[in-house]
Design a protein around this ligand. Structure first.
Ligand code: ADP
Length: 319
């Protein structure tokens, strides 16, 4: 193998740049050429492709976001569009592709692999919802961001005896919410993996207040309920000022933490090593602190990240 490509796709996450850098410098150190594809699968289709050098990835290890850009490009589900993408790759002589992104991006990589074009997936998303890995790149950086937001809200909630509801990202995965609730000392973690009973929550909060709690912090994963409506209901029931804060995209930005930089660098270099060894159609992960790789088709079709029941249970005891 002589030439490889790298792209970032889907929602960005802190540490994607460190992963790109890992791929580029890992490949150059093995005398491969590396091409950067801009704006994810859209750039692949539009032939927005450029040769990268060591210098191309200078000064990015510390930066959030992705220097290659990312895009949502639903047209990639169409085979004709993907055929054009493969044509572009072949035109440049690019023999394999590293895709950094979440499970949606893995779907694209899976499709290319099924069409005979080898891809390696690297899990880059703050949601931690990708199969075959304990951690995705960006998750722990986002967690720190959520915790600092909780800490700040706690200060002011406590002063004003206010109830705070905080909506946390994660799509259909409660990992960010659960870890943040433990680290931030929140009273409730409402997650998509567990049934949600609104009246039970409202009554629980009311009971806590009646028993003398000064304030309450409730974390809710996005897409479960309208947190502003919920805050009105809690305020009506408890008579206490209740505010909802939707953290939104601030959770996706910022400098990656040391862990995410090291993880991304390891995964980037490892992905290149797999390609050199002749592997294609794999996705990279870290499990029990070891780098691993799985069949990307099997991972997408048959594997789900198991819900961390133990962490959830521990959280329940601490509230
Ligand atoms: P993430 O990778 O963060 O989960 P998305 O779900 O938006 O983000 O997926 C990113 C991109 O991957 C999409 O915009 C699309 O280009 C591609 N993609 C998603 N699903 C498929 C699919 N079923 N087939 C081909 N490509 C897909």
């Amino acid at each position: 193998i002589k030439k490889i490509g790298v792209l970032t796709s889907g929602g960005d996450s802190p540490g994607m740049n460190a992963a790109i850098r890992g791929v580029v410098r890992g490949a150059l150190s093995e005398n491969l050429e590396v091409y950067g594809i801009y704006d994810g699968y859209q750039g692949l289709y539009e032939d927005n492709i450029e040769l990268l050098t060591r210098r191309s990835v200078s000064d990015v290890i510390n930066r959030g976001g992705t220097m290659l850009g990312s895009a949502r490009f639903p047209q990639f589900k169409e085979e004709e569009i993907r055929l054009k993408a493969i044509e572009n790759l072949k035109k440049h002589g690019i023999e394999a592709l590293v895709v950094i992104g979440g499970d949606g991006s893995y779907m694209g990589a899976k499709c290319l692999t099924e069409m005979g074009y080898p891809c390696i997936g690297i899990p880059g998303t703050i949601d931690n919802d990708v199969p075959g890995t304990d951690y995705t790149i960006g998750f722990l950086t986002a967690l720190n961001c959520v915790i600092s937001a909780i800490d700040r809200l706690r200060d002011t909630s406590s002063s004003h005896r206010r109830i705070s509801i905080i909506e946390v990202m994660g799509r259909h995965c409660g990992d960010l919410t659960i870890a943040a609730s433990i680290a931030g000392g929140a009273e409730y973690a409402i997650v998509p993996e567990k049934p949600y009973d609104e009246s039970e929550l409202v009554e629980g909060v009311a009971e806590g207040i009646a028993n003398g709690k000064k304030h309450s912090i409730i974390l809710v994963t996005e897409h479960i309920t309208d947190v502003h409506e919920l805050s009105k209901k809690i305020e009506a029931r408890t008579g206490r000022e209740t505010r909802a804060t939707v953290l939104g995209h601030v959770q996706r930005g910022g400098a990656p933490t040391a862990f995410d930089r090291v993880l991304a660098s390891r995964m980037g270099v490892y992905a290149v090593d797999l390609l050199i060894q002749g592997f294609g159609g794999r996705c990279v992960g870290i499990q029990k602190d070891e780098l691993v790789h799985h069949d990307i088709i099997d991972a997408i079709e048959n594997k789900r990240r198991p819900f961390n029941e133990e962490l959830y249970r521990i959280g329940q005891k601490l509230f």
